[in-house]
Design a protein around this ligand. Structure first.
Ligand SMILES: Cc1cc2nc3c(=O)[nH]c(=O)nc-3n(C[C@H](O)[C@H](O)[C@H](O)COP(=O)(O)OP(=O)(O)OC[C@H]3O[C@@H](n4cnc5c(N)ncnc54)[C@H](O)[C@@H]3O)c2cc1C
Ligand code: FES
Length: 553
């Protein structure tokens, strides 16, 4: 008899029933939202804390690999376990209510901060999980939308959302809608989105740049930085003194936080980056954030990198105007069978997850040290992803040194293998950010061995040529045939068992899990990851690069 057990999920109190089936299958059948991915005990997505109750491990088929995800004594994998009785479980970092993409919010107040800047305070109908620095999209009646940054830390403000909005002449939102808004009115919002967020990685000095209402995106990052005892400097550019509309708060913060300084920079006096560079920050170890007009962001980045700032320590959001021609992301037309997406899927969310994954990869690569073991590198990577705000990894992090670079991801590696002074390293990340799957991997060379350098050159050439072929309309299957020929022409072998895959709002594992190399239609933008693994024909040397297929990569 298949006895049914009651499984309670804390702290929500929601329950589902499970019998002989795997707990993951029982939970999925109940319709509750479940974090999962690999179903084989490798990624850790389905990890839960067992607060009460007994369970037994799944019986493995002969020769099946044992689950390898490391667990604490009170943790269990839903995909590898059956209940033996009633249980109480907790799923850290997961909300059972699928986070909505759209929310309604009521206007609480509206007031002028300066002659053309309005502070708008809203209360959403559901509390939003917002990372400091993110923005929301305000939906207009014609289906279009406008982006505005959340200028506070809602979790510390009873869930309220504060916006600082410049009124632009003829602005569909900032003039036509905002002008008439009154307390009690309801607005439709989407999000939150954005990867220009507080990184919380170490105690580096923080340098902040804003122009105009770019300050709205910077303020929550400033509030987060002030909670740490680190050096924080803000450069805020404006056209006139009234543009520094939060001066009272900033002046008080200088008194309250001796390690905080801010500099209003009038356009007539110079540019924010020139003032900052004149102050001689320790750019090699700084963490820089910039929000505002695109020209400022480009120049700050260029000049800070020239002064020694590592590229991954520059985090920015350009406040491009939404109105006018062609600035909205196109609505994707996905194949209904092979390109299903979840309720939260959005271009903005996928783009932000890509940005944050690229940054995480660079941060992890910068922390690789000659002499460290693969195991130590994996622990460091897990710590980095967590510090940067990843809630899960939808596939395990893969780091491979030397001869391990020719192994496919699922094959075991030597955790004791040490990184040598002359070596080649593959790092492959699959983090989940704000409910969106990121996936980015690359290959790094230590020393200057010609075969190692030749491998990364060939790898990127094969990837770029294959991506160009995608732009010409090839199917997934044709892309991998093309990549194979491209690799051979360069004297390398394409490892065809790494064959590309879907990416979406987490978990894409809910949908058909087809490989890109088996797809007989041209893959759509922002739905598929192109993976290229090259191996040397005779030497144990390999390289790996992957990225989501997108038009403006
Ligand atoms: C991620 C992100 C976050 C943003 N956060 C904020 C924020 O917190 N506060 C804020 O005030 N703005 C912010 N912006 C900018 C804001 O979204 C745009 O200015 C938006 O176009 C304003 O919408 P609107 O309907 O009022 O004007 P629209 O109808 O979009 O524009 C009307 C006309 O004015 C022009 N225009 C629009 N904005 C500007 C501008 N800033 N300068 C000069 N010309 C402009 C347009 O090209 C168009 O011709 C952000 C933008 C992005 C991408
Ligand atoms: S470990 Fe269970 S889904 Fe990956």
């Amino acid at each position: 008899m298949n006895t049914r057990h009651v499984i309670e999920l804390s702290p929500s109190g929601k329950t589902f029933e499970a019998g002989d089936e795997l707990l993951l299958d029982a939970m999925l059948a109940s319709g509750l939202s479940v974090p999962f991915s690999c179903r084989r005990g490798a990624c850790g997505s389905c990890k839960v804390v067992v607060a009460e109750g007994q369970y037994r491990a799944r019986q493995l088929a002969p020769n099946a690999p044992a689950p390898c995800y490391p667990l604490a004594a009170n943790e269990m994998l839903l995909c590898q376990s059956h209940a033996c009785g009633d249980m109480r479980l907790e799923i850290p970092g997961w909300s059972l209510d699928t986070p909505a993409l759209s929310v309604e919010a009521q206007v609480l107040s509206k007031c002028a901060l300066s002659p053309d800047i309005i502070e708008l305070v809203l209360m959403p109908d559901l509390p939003l999980a917002v990372r400091a620095g993110q923005y929301l999209k305000f939906r207009l009646v014609d289906g279009d939308s406008r982006c505005f940054s959340i200028a506070n830390l809602p979790a510390e403000d009873d869930g309220r959302l504060v916006f600082q909005i410049r009124q632009v002449r003829g602005g569909l939102f900032s003039e036509a809608v905002l002008g008439d808004l009154e307390a009690g009115d309801v607005l439709q919002l989407e999000g939150p989105f954005g990867a220009c967020t507080w990184q919380d990685v170490d105690d580096s000095p923080v340098v902040l740049f804003a122009t105009g209402t770019g300050y709205a995106g910077i303020k929550p990052i400033l509030l987060s930085a002030l909670k740490r005892n680190v050096e924080v400097t803000l450069y805020w550019g404006g056209a006139q003194p009234a543009d520094f509309y939060d001066r009272v708060f900033l002046d008080q913060s200088v008194i309250d936080h001796p390690r905080f300084h801010w500099h209003p920079v009038l356009a007539s006096q110079g540019r924010v980056q020139d003032v900052a560079l004149g102050h001689g920050h320790h750019w090699q170890v700084a963490q820089v954030y910039a929000c505002g007009n695109g020209a400022m962001i480009r120049q700050v980045r260029e000049q800070c990198l020239d002064a020694g700032l590592p590229a991954h320590r520059f985090v920015a959001e350009a406040f491009v105007p939404s109105g006018g021609a062609g600035t909205q992301a196109p609505t994707p037309a996905f194949d209904p069978i092979w390109e299903k997406i979840g309720p939260r899927y959005s271009f903005d969310g996928m783009l932000a997850a890509r940005d944050q994954s690229i940054r995480a990869l660079a941060a992890i690569a910068s922390r690789l040290r000659v002499g460290m073991t693969t195991g130590e590198a994996l622990d460091m990577a897990a710590e980095q992803l967590q510090a940067m705000g990843a809630s899960h990894t939808w596939h395990p992090t893969y780091i491979r040194f030397g001869a391990d670079t020719v192994r496919p991801p699922r094959e075991g590696i030597d955790r004791q293998r040490r990184l040598r002074a002359s070596d080649i390293v593959v790092v492959d990340l699959g983090p989940v950010w704000d409910g969106y799957e990121g996936d980015y991997g690359d290959t790094f060379v230590f020393g200057d061995a010609p075969l190692h350098l030749g491998c990364t050159t060939a790898l990127h050439e094969v990837f770029d040529e294959t991506r160009d072929a995608w732009l010409r309309g090839l199917t997934g299957r044709e892309l991998y045939d093309f990549a194979e020929q491209s690799a051979v022409a360069k004297g390398w072998r394409l490892a065809r068992n790494l064959a590309g895959h879907r990416l979406a709002d987490f978990p894409h594992a809910l949908f058909e899990n087809k490989e890109l190399a088996d797809l007989d239609i041209p893959p759509s933008e922002m739905a598929w990851v192109l993976e290229i693994q090259l191996c040397h024909p005779t030497e144990p040397i390999g390289g790996f690069f992957e990225d989501i297929l997108m038009l403006d990569a």
